[in-house]
Design a protein around this ligand. Structure first.
Ligand code: NAG
Length: 282
């Protein structure tokens, strides 16, 4: 008797465990469960039962949130709808970051603009506390009209930035030529909305128009997927070279980089008179 009661309890326990882990693996996240507002008081809001989050900015303050969990490798998807109308001077940052002076960071930053003028999508990768790896893009759609998906695929071999599943940037693991790669420090997901009108729009020429405040950005359909990271030796032969994108992905990356990239640190010879950074050469 005793033993059958015991095993019944055990099965229920197992079943619950399976149900819960399946939910975690497949459901889009719930903002109440996965994130905490970090600053800006009630300017960071979660609503629709945890399905929607908004950040807003007014003259007094911006706002931000961060993930409760830390992540080490994986694929992170989030849909964002950016500040509409005259968003000049506003910056919406959405990024992964570890902590401390030698932190790693993978950044998306959206620099607002006057109505009808294009946002700039700014990207960067920090490893061991060093960044200076900016690439900037215009988008092929108006990011304020609808939600679009911004994703980061983070593996030992590379980091891929995607917009609506379109690869826009690949940062390869270049440890073999002495460039540190983020692989030991888990990162949280952060986002914040603030005003940086000393530099954000046309290099600071266009200021934030506070008569249009509050400025609001929306987030939904967060999803974190763990991916098998494969071999721990990132440089193991041909696999590593071809793994990042297939032929179709490479074609799409070339299309984005040809028509939408507006700045690439790898081509900025003036900035690197001693020669371009090692990860850019190949
Ligand atoms: C804003 O619009 C101007 C004019 O089209 C453009 O030069 C600039 O790159 C745009 N983006 C930002 C963030 O300044």
């Amino acid at each position: 008797m005793a033993s059958s009661t015991h095993s019944y309890g055990f099965y229920v326990f197992m079943l619950m465990g399976i149900v819960i882990s399946t939910m975690v693996a497949t459901c889009a996240g719930n903002f109440h469960q996965d994130f905490d507002p970090t600053w800006g008081d009630n300017r960071a809001k979660i609503f629709q039962g945890g399905q929607l989050l908004s950040l807003s900015l007014d003259k007094v303050s911006g706002s931000g949130f961060k993930s409760k969990r830390e992540y080490l490798f994986g694929r992170i998807d989030m849909q964002l709808k950016l500040v509409a109308g005259n968003s000049a001077g506003t910056v919406t940052a959405y990024y992964l970051s570890s902590q401390g002076p030698t932190h790693d960071e993978i950044d998306f930053e959206f620099l607002g603009n006057l109505s009808g003028d294009p946002y700039i999508l700014h990207t960067n990768v920090f490893t061991q506390g060093r960044g200076n790896r900016e690439q900037q893009f215009y988008l092929w759609f108006d990011p304020t009209r609808n939600f679009h998906t911004y994703s980061i695929i983070w593996k030992r071999q590379h980091i891929i930035f995607l917009v609506d599943n379109m690869p826009i940037r690949v940062f390869k693991n270049a440890e073999s030529v002495g460039v540190p790669f983020p692989k030991n420090q888990p990162m949280r997901i952060y986002s914040s909305l603030w005003s940086a009108d000393d530099w954000a729009t046309r290099g600071g020429l266009v200021k934030t128009d506070w008569s249009k405040a509050p400025f609001t950005a929306y987030y939904r359909n967060f999803k974190a997927t763990s991916i098998s990271t494969g071999s721990s030796n990132p440089n193991s032969g041909a696999e590593y070279q071809t793994n990042a994108l297939d032929a179709y992905g490479r074609r799409r990356l070339r299309w984005v980089q040809k028509y939408f990239m507006i700045y690439n640190y790898c081509n900025d010879l003036k900035r690197f008179p001693q020669g371009i950074p090692a990860e850019c050469r190949n």
